[in-house]
Design a protein around this ligand. Structure first.
Ligand SMILES: [Zn+2]
Ligand SMILES: [Zn+2]
Length: 255
């Protein structure tokens, strides 16, 4: 069975990540309009009808703005924590199911292990996806690392990790002080150094793919994220992939 993932777009203007294991295709978040998500799916050879489920991390617009329309129009099941479902108004979507952020659940061939994260949303979670043999960890929209996050992400074969900002660029940038505080705070977004720190806590020997995601277009640059992560992994900077807001990331297969 082939296990692979791709990103439709990543950043504050819209997010969507796909995990495919054999016949199962899961979309994590949809911060795109219906026409946008169709166009982005077509780009990677998929249609909305191919989706087995949409799994939602939290209610922020860049993650949920397109979830209800996509689910309704194409009769797709949506999974969210009770807090996210309520805050995002997903309770009215017919196929909405809730999960507990400490309890694994399955969609087709994929086992989904959610874990809670500190972020300024009602009940945010992030995930490890597994086909039983291989594990893909996804972590964005998280203000600080917890021992539980580190524990959950151990032993992954591929990792998508938020590199939202470079602390110096955020400090020197033109955001108002309150927004700087929010983004850089414990319930905000992970910076390049925190993402590197996370990699330093994991056994990274098995990692086949590391993708920097949710980069701020104002407060970060791809080469800064690459440099921070490559320093910990002792790899070439080019080996670190960066998910782009417009182009996302092409399919990556996990062997
Ligand atoms: Zn976000
Ligand atoms: Zn968020």
């Amino acid at each position: 069975m082939i296990l692979r993932f791709t990103i439709l777009g990543s950043g504050s203007r819209g997010n969507g990540t796909l995990i495919e294991a054999g016949p199962t295709l899961i979309l994590i978040d949809c911060g795109f309009s219906l026409s946008q998500v169709k166009r982005r799916l077509a780009r990677i050879g998929k249609r909305p009808e191919d989706l087995s489920a949409i799994v939602v991390t939290h209610e922020h617009r860049d993650h949920v703005s397109g979830v209800a329309a996509l689910a309704r129009n194409h009769d797709i099941a949506v999974w969210a924590t009770p807090g996210t479902a309520q805050a995002a108004g997903l309770g009215e979507v017919a196929g909405c199911r809730v999960f507990d952020s400490h309890t694994p659940f399955a969609v087709g061939a994929v086992e989904i292990m959610p874990f809670p994260v500190p972020h300024d949303a009602r009940e945010p979670s992030q995930f490890v996806f597994s086909d039983g043999a291989r594990r893909v960890g996804v972590l964005t929209d998280v203000g600080s690392l917890t021992p539980h996050i580190v524990e959950c992400l151990k032993g992954c074969d591929a990792l998508v990790v938020e590199c939202n900002h470079d602390p110096a660029m955020l400090a020197a940038g033109d955001y108002p002080p309150s927004l700087k505080e929010r983004v850089g705070g414990r319930h905000g977004h992970l910076n390049n150094a925190q993402a590197a720190e996370l990699l330093g806590c994991l056994e990274t020997g098995k990692l086949q793919h590391v993708v920097a995601a949710h980069l701020s277009e104002k407060n970060n640059r791809p080469h800064l994220a690459r440099r921070a992560l490559a320093a910990v992994l002792r790899c070439e900077t080019d080996w670190i992939a960066v998910a782009d807001q417009e182009q996302g990331l092409a399919w990556r297969e996990v062997m």
